[in-house]
Design a protein around this ligand. Sequence first.
Ligand code: EPU
Length: 341
Amino acid sequence: MITITTNASMLGRNTFGIDVKANIFCEYNSIEGLKMILTNELIEGRKHQIWNIGQGSNILFSGDFDGIILHGNIKGIDIIDENDSGVTLRVGAGEIWDEVVEWAVSNEFYGAENLSAIPGETGAAAVQNIGAYGAEFGNLVDYVEVLNTGTLETETIAKSDCRYGYRDSIFKHHPAKLSYIVTAVVIKLSKQKSFNLEYGNVKAALEGKEITIANVRNAIVDIRASKLPDWTKTGNAGSFFKNPVISTEQFEDIKAKYPNIPSYKVAGDDGKVKVPAGWLIENCGLKGFRLGGAQVYEKQCLVLVNAGNASPKDIVELSDIVIRTVKEKFDIEISPEVNIL
Ligand code: EPU
Protein backbone atom coordinates (compact mmCIF):
# COMPACT_ATOMS: atom_id res chain seq x y z
CA MET A 1 0.00 0.00 0.00
CA ILE A 2 1.19 3.51 -0.73
CA THR A 3 -0.16 6.95 0.11
CA ILE A 4 0.76 10.20 -1.59
CA THR A 5 -0.37 13.46 0.06
CA THR A 6 0.27 16.93 -1.27
CA ASN A 7 0.80 19.99 0.94
CA ALA A 8 1.20 17.66 3.94
CA SER A 9 1.68 18.75 7.55
CA MET A 10 4.91 17.46 9.07
CA LEU A 11 3.65 17.93 12.65
CA GLY A 12 3.74 14.42 14.11
CA ARG A 13 6.51 13.49 11.67
CA ASN A 14 9.35 15.15 13.60
CA THR A 15 10.13 14.80 17.29
CA PHE A 16 10.90 18.53 17.58
CA GLY A 17 7.16 19.07 17.11
CA ILE A 18 7.70 21.61 14.33
CA ASP A 19 4.57 22.53 12.36
CA VAL A 20 5.69 22.90 8.73
CA LYS A 21 4.45 21.54 5.43
CA ALA A 22 6.04 19.40 2.73
CA ASN A 23 5.01 19.69 -0.94
CA ILE A 24 4.52 15.95 -1.12
CA PHE A 25 4.54 13.27 1.57
CA CYS A 26 4.52 9.59 0.62
CA GLU A 27 4.35 6.40 2.65
CA TYR A 28 5.10 2.84 1.57
CA ASN A 29 5.27 -0.53 3.27
CA SER A 30 7.17 -2.58 0.71
CA ILE A 31 9.98 -2.19 -1.81
CA GLU A 32 7.39 -2.55 -4.58
CA GLY A 33 5.43 0.33 -3.04
CA LEU A 34 8.56 2.46 -2.87
CA LYS A 35 9.23 1.76 -6.56
CA MET A 36 5.64 2.72 -7.40
CA ILE A 37 6.13 6.04 -5.60
CA LEU A 38 9.43 6.77 -7.33
CA THR A 39 7.89 6.18 -10.76
CA ASN A 40 4.72 8.14 -10.00
CA GLU A 41 4.30 11.13 -12.31
CA LEU A 42 4.26 13.54 -9.33
CA ILE A 43 7.66 12.29 -8.16
CA GLU A 44 9.68 11.18 -11.18
CA GLY A 45 12.36 13.60 -12.27
CA ARG A 46 12.38 15.38 -8.89
CA LYS A 47 14.57 12.91 -7.10
CA HIS A 48 17.08 15.50 -5.97
CA GLN A 49 14.46 16.87 -3.61
CA ILE A 50 13.63 13.59 -1.93
CA TRP A 51 14.28 12.99 1.76
CA ASN A 52 13.45 9.64 3.31
CA ILE A 53 12.67 10.04 7.01
CA GLY A 54 12.32 7.57 9.84
CA GLN A 55 10.53 8.61 13.01
CA GLY A 56 11.84 12.15 12.48
CA SER A 57 13.89 11.97 15.66
CA ASN A 58 17.09 13.37 14.22
CA ILE A 59 15.88 16.08 11.86
CA LEU A 60 15.04 19.74 12.09
CA PHE A 61 12.81 21.26 9.44
CA SER A 62 14.19 24.76 8.93
CA GLY A 63 10.92 25.78 7.23
CA ASP A 64 8.37 24.39 4.79
CA PHE A 65 10.00 21.60 2.77
CA ASP A 66 10.02 22.24 -0.96
CA GLY A 67 10.28 18.63 -2.06
CA ILE A 68 9.21 15.09 -1.34
CA ILE A 69 9.32 13.47 2.07
CA LEU A 70 9.16 9.68 2.08
CA HIS A 71 8.47 7.41 5.01
CA GLY A 72 8.76 3.65 4.96
CA ASN A 73 6.79 1.17 7.03
CA ILE A 74 8.72 -1.91 5.97
CA LYS A 75 8.49 -4.19 9.01
CA GLY A 76 9.78 -7.51 10.22
CA ILE A 77 12.32 -8.97 12.63
CA ASP A 78 13.52 -12.33 11.31
CA ILE A 79 16.29 -14.65 12.39
CA ILE A 80 17.99 -15.53 9.11
CA ASP A 81 20.94 -17.44 10.57
CA GLU A 82 21.70 -18.93 13.95
CA ASN A 83 24.40 -21.02 15.57
CA ASP A 84 25.60 -21.72 19.12
CA SER A 85 27.36 -18.39 19.43
CA GLY A 86 24.86 -15.98 17.94
CA VAL A 87 22.07 -14.94 15.60
CA THR A 88 21.83 -12.93 12.41
CA LEU A 89 18.71 -10.78 12.27
CA ARG A 90 17.11 -9.10 9.31
CA VAL A 91 15.15 -6.06 10.50
CA GLY A 92 12.82 -3.99 8.32
CA ALA A 93 13.90 -0.33 8.14
CA GLY A 94 10.52 0.78 9.53
CA GLU A 95 10.82 -1.17 12.79
CA ILE A 96 11.11 1.10 15.85
CA TRP A 97 14.68 0.51 16.99
CA ASP A 98 13.88 0.32 20.69
CA GLU A 99 11.29 -2.40 20.03
CA VAL A 100 14.04 -4.37 18.28
CA VAL A 101 16.27 -3.92 21.36
CA GLU A 102 13.44 -4.98 23.67
CA TRP A 103 12.87 -8.11 21.54
CA ALA A 104 16.62 -8.91 21.53
CA VAL A 105 16.84 -8.45 25.29
CA SER A 106 13.82 -10.69 25.93
CA ASN A 107 15.51 -13.39 23.82
CA GLU A 108 18.86 -12.86 25.57
CA PHE A 109 20.66 -11.86 22.38
CA TYR A 110 23.55 -9.63 23.47
CA GLY A 111 24.99 -6.50 21.86
CA ALA A 112 22.12 -4.06 21.40
CA GLU A 113 21.16 -3.42 25.06
CA ASN A 114 23.37 -0.34 25.49
CA LEU A 115 21.46 1.23 22.60
CA SER A 116 18.18 1.03 24.57
CA ALA A 117 15.63 3.84 24.54
CA ILE A 118 17.10 5.70 21.57
CA PRO A 119 14.18 7.13 19.59
CA GLY A 120 13.87 6.37 15.89
CA GLU A 121 13.55 3.59 13.36
CA THR A 122 16.07 0.91 12.43
CA GLY A 123 16.75 2.23 8.92
CA ALA A 124 17.63 5.63 10.35
CA ALA A 125 19.81 3.99 13.02
CA ALA A 126 21.87 2.48 10.18
CA VAL A 127 22.16 5.84 8.43
CA GLN A 128 23.00 7.82 11.54
CA ASN A 129 25.17 5.17 13.22
CA ILE A 130 23.45 5.82 16.52
CA GLY A 131 25.59 5.32 19.59
CA ALA A 132 25.42 5.39 23.36
CA TYR A 133 27.23 4.04 26.42
CA GLY A 134 30.18 2.71 24.46
CA ALA A 135 28.12 0.93 21.78
CA GLU A 136 27.62 1.89 18.17
CA PHE A 137 25.04 0.58 15.73
CA GLY A 138 27.63 0.12 12.96
CA ASN A 139 29.42 -2.50 15.07
CA LEU A 140 26.33 -4.72 14.97
CA VAL A 141 25.80 -4.41 11.22
CA ASP A 142 26.53 -7.26 8.83
CA TYR A 143 25.09 -5.59 5.74
CA VAL A 144 22.44 -3.04 4.76
CA GLU A 145 19.79 -3.55 2.10
CA VAL A 146 18.91 -0.48 0.02
CA LEU A 147 16.89 0.51 -3.00
CA ASN A 148 18.90 2.52 -5.48
CA THR A 149 16.51 5.32 -6.49
CA GLY A 150 18.38 5.86 -9.76
CA THR A 151 18.28 2.30 -11.08
CA LEU A 152 15.29 1.11 -8.99
CA GLU A 153 17.35 -2.00 -8.22
CA THR A 154 17.92 -3.37 -4.75
CA GLU A 155 21.53 -3.49 -3.55
CA THR A 156 23.35 -4.96 -0.59
CA ILE A 157 25.96 -2.75 1.08
CA ALA A 158 28.49 -4.71 3.14
CA LYS A 159 29.43 -3.28 6.52
CA SER A 160 32.95 -2.48 5.26
CA ASP A 161 31.40 -0.29 2.54
CA CYS A 162 29.06 1.55 4.95
CA ARG A 163 32.01 3.72 6.11
CA TYR A 164 30.80 3.86 9.67
CA GLY A 165 32.25 6.67 11.80
CA TYR A 166 31.05 8.77 14.72
CA ARG A 167 27.37 9.43 13.85
CA ASP A 168 28.36 8.99 10.24
CA SER A 169 27.98 6.57 7.33
CA ILE A 170 28.06 6.50 3.55
CA PHE A 171 24.26 6.92 3.64
CA LYS A 172 24.69 10.51 4.86
CA HIS A 173 26.89 11.54 1.97
CA HIS A 174 26.47 12.37 -1.67
CA PRO A 175 25.90 10.40 -3.87
CA ALA A 176 24.61 7.60 -1.63
CA LYS A 177 22.45 10.06 0.31
CA LEU A 178 20.54 10.87 -2.86
CA SER A 179 20.39 7.39 -4.26
CA TYR A 180 20.14 4.85 -1.43
CA ILE A 181 17.02 4.30 0.61
CA VAL A 182 17.60 1.76 3.37
CA THR A 183 14.92 -0.95 3.29
CA ALA A 184 16.34 -3.45 5.80
CA VAL A 185 19.34 -3.92 8.05
CA VAL A 186 21.04 -7.22 8.81
CA ILE A 187 22.70 -7.29 12.23
CA LYS A 188 24.54 -9.87 14.27
CA LEU A 189 23.92 -10.39 17.99
CA SER A 190 25.66 -12.75 20.37
CA LYS A 191 24.31 -15.56 22.53
CA GLN A 192 27.38 -15.31 24.78
CA LYS A 193 26.76 -13.32 27.93
CA SER A 194 28.96 -10.23 27.69
CA PHE A 195 28.46 -6.63 28.73
CA ASN A 196 30.03 -3.24 28.20
CA LEU A 197 29.47 -1.35 31.46
CA GLU A 198 32.53 0.91 31.39
CA TYR A 199 30.91 4.07 30.09
CA GLY A 200 29.71 6.87 32.37
CA ASN A 201 27.49 5.84 35.24
CA VAL A 202 26.20 2.52 33.89
CA LYS A 203 28.12 0.48 36.46
CA ALA A 204 27.00 2.72 39.31
CA ALA A 205 23.37 2.41 38.20
CA LEU A 206 23.67 -1.38 38.44
CA GLU A 207 25.16 -1.43 41.92
CA GLY A 208 23.55 -4.03 44.17
CA LYS A 209 21.73 -5.58 41.22
CA GLU A 210 22.41 -8.80 39.38
CA ILE A 211 24.12 -8.10 36.04
CA THR A 212 21.61 -9.47 33.56
CA ILE A 213 20.76 -8.21 30.09
CA ALA A 214 17.34 -7.07 31.33
CA ASN A 215 18.89 -5.13 34.22
CA VAL A 216 21.45 -3.49 31.94
CA ARG A 217 18.65 -2.38 29.61
CA ASN A 218 16.62 -1.07 32.56
CA ALA A 219 19.62 0.85 33.93
CA ILE A 220 20.22 2.51 30.56
CA VAL A 221 16.54 3.34 30.13
CA ASP A 222 16.61 4.97 33.60
CA ILE A 223 19.83 6.95 32.97
CA ARG A 224 18.49 8.27 29.68
CA ALA A 225 15.13 9.17 31.22
CA SER A 226 16.89 11.14 33.97
CA LYS A 227 18.97 13.21 31.50
CA LEU A 228 17.11 13.41 28.24
CA PRO A 229 13.70 14.98 27.64
CA ASP A 230 10.80 12.77 26.50
CA TRP A 231 10.01 14.03 23.00
CA THR A 232 6.34 13.10 23.36
CA LYS A 233 6.13 15.80 26.06
CA THR A 234 8.90 18.26 25.11
CA GLY A 235 9.96 18.37 21.46
CA ASN A 236 13.65 17.62 20.82
CA ALA A 237 15.97 15.61 18.59
CA GLY A 238 18.34 14.14 21.18
CA SER A 239 21.88 15.49 21.04
CA PHE A 240 21.70 18.54 18.80
CA PHE A 241 25.50 18.76 18.44
CA LYS A 242 28.32 16.28 17.96
CA ASN A 243 31.04 16.03 20.56
CA PRO A 244 34.06 17.79 19.02
CA VAL A 245 37.49 16.23 18.61
CA ILE A 246 40.40 18.55 19.51
CA SER A 247 44.18 18.29 19.74
CA THR A 248 45.71 17.14 23.04
CA GLU A 249 47.61 20.49 23.20
CA GLN A 250 44.40 22.48 23.05
CA PHE A 251 42.83 20.11 25.57
CA GLU A 252 45.72 20.59 28.01
CA ASP A 253 45.37 24.39 27.70
CA ILE A 254 41.66 24.21 28.55
CA LYS A 255 42.27 21.68 31.33
CA ALA A 256 44.77 24.04 32.96
CA LYS A 257 41.92 26.52 33.42
CA TYR A 258 39.09 24.03 33.91
CA PRO A 259 40.55 20.95 35.63
CA ASN A 260 37.21 19.13 35.67
CA ILE A 261 36.66 19.07 31.90
CA PRO A 262 35.74 15.49 30.91
CA SER A 263 37.33 13.85 27.85
CA TYR A 264 37.30 10.61 25.89
CA LYS A 265 40.11 8.89 24.00
CA VAL A 266 39.86 8.84 20.22
CA ALA A 267 40.48 5.30 19.02
CA GLY A 268 43.69 5.07 17.00
CA ASP A 269 44.73 8.70 17.53
CA ASP A 270 46.80 9.62 20.61
CA GLY A 271 47.13 13.23 19.46
CA LYS A 272 43.41 13.94 19.78
CA VAL A 273 40.67 13.83 22.40
CA LYS A 274 36.92 14.11 22.22
CA VAL A 275 35.28 16.53 24.65
CA PRO A 276 31.60 16.64 25.57
CA ALA A 277 29.90 19.54 23.82
CA GLY A 278 27.31 19.51 26.63
CA TRP A 279 30.03 20.39 29.13
CA LEU A 280 31.36 23.19 26.89
CA ILE A 281 27.88 24.66 26.43
CA GLU A 282 27.12 24.48 30.15
CA ASN A 283 30.43 26.18 30.92
CA CYS A 284 29.51 29.00 28.57
CA GLY A 285 26.64 29.72 30.97
CA LEU A 286 24.04 28.64 28.43
CA LYS A 287 22.22 26.05 30.53
CA GLY A 288 18.50 26.81 30.20
CA PHE A 289 19.18 29.73 27.82
CA ARG A 290 16.02 30.50 25.88
CA LEU A 291 15.39 32.15 22.55
CA GLY A 292 11.72 32.42 21.61
CA GLY A 293 10.32 28.92 21.99
CA ALA A 294 13.71 27.20 21.78
CA GLN A 295 15.81 26.36 24.83
CA VAL A 296 19.07 24.73 25.87
CA TYR A 297 17.85 21.78 27.96
CA GLU A 298 18.50 22.25 31.69
CA LYS A 299 19.60 18.68 32.44
CA GLN A 300 21.76 18.09 29.34
CA CYS A 301 23.03 21.12 27.41
CA LEU A 302 23.73 19.06 24.30
CA VAL A 303 19.99 18.95 23.71
CA LEU A 304 17.95 21.83 22.34
CA VAL A 305 14.24 21.62 23.14
CA ASN A 306 11.03 23.06 21.83
CA ALA A 307 9.96 24.64 25.11
CA GLY A 308 6.69 25.84 23.58
CA ASN A 309 5.69 26.73 20.01
CA ALA A 310 9.29 27.07 18.83
CA SER A 311 9.58 28.11 15.21
CA PRO A 312 12.30 26.52 13.05
CA LYS A 313 13.95 29.97 13.09
CA ASP A 314 14.08 29.99 16.91
CA ILE A 315 15.91 26.66 16.96
CA VAL A 316 18.31 27.53 14.14
CA GLU A 317 19.13 30.89 15.75
CA LEU A 318 19.63 29.31 19.16
CA SER A 319 21.94 26.74 17.55
CA ASP A 320 23.93 29.57 15.92
CA ILE A 321 24.27 31.39 19.26
CA VAL A 322 25.48 28.21 20.99
CA ILE A 323 28.03 27.49 18.24
CA ARG A 324 29.29 31.10 18.30
CA THR A 325 29.53 31.29 22.10
CA VAL A 326 31.46 28.01 22.38
CA LYS A 327 33.82 29.20 19.62
CA GLU A 328 34.42 32.53 21.40
CA LYS A 329 35.00 31.01 24.81
CA PHE A 330 36.92 27.82 23.99
CA ASP A 331 38.01 28.32 20.37
CA ILE A 332 36.28 25.04 19.51
CA GLU A 333 33.94 24.66 16.59
CA ILE A 334 30.98 22.44 17.39
CA SER A 335 28.61 21.31 14.66
CA PRO A 336 25.03 20.04 14.58
CA GLU A 337 24.41 16.32 14.78
CA VAL A 338 20.81 16.64 13.61
CA ASN A 339 20.06 16.79 9.91
CA ILE A 340 18.76 20.26 9.09
CA LEU A 341 16.36 20.11 6.14
N1 EPU B 1 28.02 17.25 30.66
C1 EPU B 1 27.98 18.45 31.32
N2 EPU B 1 26.92 19.28 31.07
C2 EPU B 1 25.93 18.95 30.22
C3 EPU B 1 26.00 17.73 29.53
C4 EPU B 1 27.06 16.87 29.77
O1 EPU B 1 28.84 18.78 32.11
O2 EPU B 1 25.01 19.75 30.06
C5 EPU B 1 29.13 16.31 30.96
C6 EPU B 1 28.64 15.13 31.79
O3 EPU B 1 28.68 15.39 33.14
C7 EPU B 1 29.60 14.04 31.40
C8 EPU B 1 29.94 14.37 29.95
O4 EPU B 1 29.60 15.73 29.76
O5 EPU B 1 30.76 14.12 32.15
C9 EPU B 1 29.24 13.47 28.96
O6 EPU B 1 27.83 13.55 29.12
P1 EPU B 1 26.87 12.32 28.72
O7 EPU B 1 27.37 11.06 29.31
O8 EPU B 1 25.48 12.73 29.01
O9 EPU B 1 27.09 12.10 27.18
P2 EPU B 1 27.26 13.11 25.96
O10 EPU B 1 28.67 13.03 25.49
O11 EPU B 1 26.73 14.44 26.32
C10 EPU B 1 26.79 11.26 24.16
C11 EPU B 1 25.89 11.05 22.98
C12 EPU B 1 24.48 10.70 23.44
C13 EPU B 1 24.58 9.41 24.28
C14 EPU B 1 25.50 9.67 25.46
C15 EPU B 1 25.73 8.45 26.30
C16 EPU B 1 26.71 12.45 21.18
C17 EPU B 1 26.48 13.64 20.32
N3 EPU B 1 25.83 12.24 22.15
O12 EPU B 1 26.32 12.41 24.87
O13 EPU B 1 23.71 10.42 22.28
O14 EPU B 1 23.30 9.03 24.74
O15 EPU B 1 26.80 10.10 24.97
O16 EPU B 1 26.49 7.54 25.60
O17 EPU B 1 27.68 11.73 20.95
C18 EPU B 1 22.22 11.38 20.68
O18 EPU B 1 23.08 11.12 19.83
O19 EPU B 1 21.11 11.92 20.38
C19 EPU B 1 22.50 11.08 22.08
C20 EPU B 1 21.66 11.42 23.05
